[in-house]
Design a protein around this ligand. Structure first.
Ligand code: DQA
Length: 143
């Protein structure tokens, strides 16, 4: 199973960005952690990060034929990007939404996700392990 892991805006700043919320790991080290955790699960991972809504949408469209599943942390786009929601709904490839932090414990504007309904499910609040959980959920959904 080929899975594309998409990280949206400001997630390239992990390690520097509000470590008390997001932890001290960089995105690169999180990706390496995820890769290691699923090494025996029979998945092939590809990693993509962008700060631009249109680029994320292009990657989602391309994943339609190139990948069997998507794990996406849309960052703040989660809360207002109907365009990313529509992109996820426009393809058959199943997606799982991930958030490092528990968005429901935070500011009110983070409580709602406009993208989650275009995914098979959402994982939040488990830090980097959330990406591993999302991959496992995609593997189960495939069965
Ligand atoms: C986030 C939560 C979002 O509210 C925020 O804008 C992010 C990161 C998370 O992983 O916890 O950029 O998606």
């Amino acid at each position: 199973m080929k899975i594309l892991i998409i990280n949206g805006p400001n997630l390239n700043m992990l390690g520097v960005r509000e470590p008390e919320i997001y932890g001290k790991d960089t995105l690169e080290s999180i990706n390496a952690y995820v890769q290691e955790k699923v090494k025996d699960a029979g998945v092939e991972l590809a990693f993509y990060q962008s700060n631009c809504e249109g680029e994320i949408i292009d990657q989602i469209h391309a994943a339609h034929t190139a990948f069997d599943g998507i794990v996406i942390n849309p960052g703040a786009y989660t809360h207002y990007s109907y365009a990313i929601a529509d992109a996820l709904s426009s393809i058959k490839t199943p997606a799982v939404e991930v958030h490092l932090s528990n968005i429901h414990k935070r500011e009110g504007f983070r409580h709602n996700s406009v993208t989650a309904a275009s995914c098979i499910g959402q994982v939040c609040g488990f830090g980097k392990y959330g990406y591993v959980m999302a991959i496992m959920a995609l593997l189960e959904a495939e069965k």
